[in-house]
Design a binder for this molecule. Structure first.
Ligand code: GLN
Length: 567
């Protein structure tokens, strides 16, 4: 029997609904309940595949090939569990499913309407995703009061009505601003959010009050009265240093225990937050720091730069750092800047490791290639992800093999040496379909070369099964199989490949010898890094960056203590 927790947001977006949902999920999993998390996005897009990452943040890729909202990534990182693409529901999907049914004659001549057909479809999708779990936590995107939210709030009420009150708990995550000119915490916007929810017949059972500072007793009382809930269910959630602190804070406010009581469920026998707490402690009080350059494309929206398009990479680095007890400072470097600098040392000279992340198109490509050359020749730890692997192959082909025109046909369609190209099957797909369906998406196996660096790392992490590993993908182009022999004979180690049904070998991992860490992959390892189990590639990369930093500080130290000739 599934119990539902519906998480809505009040006042403004970005108050932390996603991390609250993820944290509640982590708490229930820790309590021993099977738990799934579902995200509802009220936009009309079918999925996030065609959304601009600089506007909407990163596109998250599920193991089964869904291109969806980044909140599912937050969920997976917290609950350490793969979630299927169907756990992301959009208005676009609901309408297209209803229209498809109508076209198939499934409504038997009825007039197809918002109520009941759209509502029923939403309910059906939620129930399918929740099926078989003890606890299903549903986050409704946007803010109460948004036009687009209404159908989903209606379904939230419907669930409560059909299943009974003690099977559905409503959690409102709200924001209490402290305007600079009055320096006083204001509850009015939260009061209005409560009333807006009330218009849909929903009275929140728990209110999580996000604010710069903790909630004081008079304000707590006010909210308690407006919402008609007991004061113990008004939860103060002030700003914290790291989002991974939130499950611990919610635990100390006993939110999980209160929900268990609300649902009339059994209290957990044994709860152990030791590992989680130690990792949080490592983030909050690091003993050392490293600087990692992420050389990508950073487009600003208005006055703000959004590095959210690389959210999973940031988190994979945070996880790796926490496990190594090292803080990772990320330096976001706009690749196009590297194309114009006099000496690349000014931008990369002080960093301890370099990442070239996934990307599309021509912007900054030559700058990224320069960064890779720098990492390769100066022996700076390098981790290439997707485009970062393709460009590493191009750099190698140009500067080691001497194919100065080597390129990807994504940038130069007529290059003499298309070392990265669209393979015939992909070309066919591109011609047949529109942009949405032409990528290699989701999980693919890679056979890993025994004794390679990549093998050792995955093997130590217990992730090699029958000589193969699995990672998620999202790309169109591949290393051109026609160049594999030439690359290998010049010393590029192809340490992992995926064999396609037609026998074509696709390059999945490359690495270099005589380098502390030069590994690149066609996959997106950042999508399988979790807080409690950091990803082996990121972990080793951060450790090697730390080694480099230690060596350079010894070098600096020696330099400053070497007596000068004059003495
Ligand atoms: N643009 C490249 C491709 O489509 C790489 C994609 C990526 O980095 N995710 O193959």
């Amino acid at each position: 029997m599934t119990h539902y927790i519906i998480v809505t947001g009040g006042v403004i977006s970005g108050v932390g609904k996603g991390v609250t949902t993820a944290s509640l999920g982590k708490i229930f999993k820790e309590y021993g309940y099977t738990t799934t998390l579902i995200k509802i996005d009220p936009y009309i897009n079918y999925d996030a595949g065609t959304l601009r990452p600089t506007e909407h943040g990163e596109v998250w890729v599920t193991y089964d090939g869904g291109e969806i909202d980044q909140d599912l990534g937050t969920y997976e990182r917290f609950i350490n569990q793969d979630l299927p693409r169907t756990n992301s529901i959009t208005t676009g999907q609901i309408y297209s499913e209803v229209i498809a049914k109508e076209r198939q004659g499934m409504y038997l001549g009825q007039t197809v309407q918002f109520i009941p057909h759209i509502i029923d479809q939403i309910k059906e999708r939620i129930e399918q995703a929740a099926h078989g779990y003890d606890i299903a936590i549903i986050e409704i995107g946007g803010t109460v009061g948004d036009y687009e939210n209404v159908p989903f709030l209606h379904v939230a009420k419907l669930l409560e009505r059909t299943l009974g009150q003690n099977r559905v708990a409503h959690v409102l995550v709200t924001y209490l601003p402290i305007p600079a000119h009055v320096q006083e915490m204001k509850t009015k916007p939260t009061q209005q959010a409560i009333r807006l929810l009330g218009q849909e017949g929903i009275i929140p059972d728990f209110i999580i009050c996000r604010a710069e500072r903790p909630l004081d007793p008079p304000r707590k009382k006010k909210i308690e009265h407006v919402a008609h809930i007991s004061s113990e269910n008004v939860i103060s959630a002030p700003d914290i240093d790291t989002i991974y602190q939130i499950p611990l804070d919610l635990e100390s406010e006993e939110v999980g225990k209160k929900l268990i009581k609300y649902f009339n469920l059994q209290s957990p026998a044994h709860v152990d937050w030791k590992v989680w707490s130690e990792l949080v402690h490592a983030i909050r009080f690091p003993t050392a720091r490293v600087t990692i350059a992420v050389v990508g494309k950073y487009l600003a929206t208005g006055d703000y730069q959004l590095s959210d398009s690389y959210l999973s990479i940031s988190h994979a680095l945070i996880h790796a750092g926490a496990h190594a007890r090292v803080a990772v400072d990320i330096q976001w470097i706009d690749a196009s800047q590297l194309e114009n600098v006099h000496t690349i040392d000014t931008l990369l000279g002080h960093v301890n490791g370099i990442i070239v992340p996934g990307g599309f198109g021509t912007a900054g490509v030559e700058g990224k290639i320069k960064a890779i050359e720098y990492a390769r020749t100066r022996k700076v730890p390098y981790l290439g992800i997707c485009y970062g692997m393709q460009l590493a192959v191009i750099e190698f082909a140009r500067n080691v093999i001497g194919l100065s025109q080597a390129h990807t046909t994504e940038v130069d369609l007529h290059t003499d040496h298309p070392v990265v190209d669209i393979l015939p099957l992909q070309k066919q797909l591109l011609e047949e379909k529109s942009l949405g369906g032409t990528m290699r998406l989701g999980n693919y196996h890679a056979s890993i070369m025994p004794h390679s660096h990549v093998y050792k790392l995955y093997h130590t992490a217990g992730r090699v099964d029958n000589g193969a590993i699995v990672e998620r993908h999202r790309h169109r182009y591949e290393v051109n199989p026609a160049y594999i022999d030439q690359l290998s004979t010049h010393g590029l180690i192809i340490s992992g490949t995926h064999t396609r049904e037609d026998g074509t070998k696709l390059v999945e991992f490359i690495e270099l010898e005589d380098h502390p860490f030069f590994i690149a992959t066609q996959a997106h390892p950042e999508f399988t890094s979790r807080f409690e189990t950091s990803h082996p590639l990121f972990s080793e990369f951060v450790l090697q960056a730390y080694q480099r930093q230690l060596k350079s500080s010894v070098f600096e130290h020696k330099k400053s203590h070497t007596p000068s000739v004059a003495l």
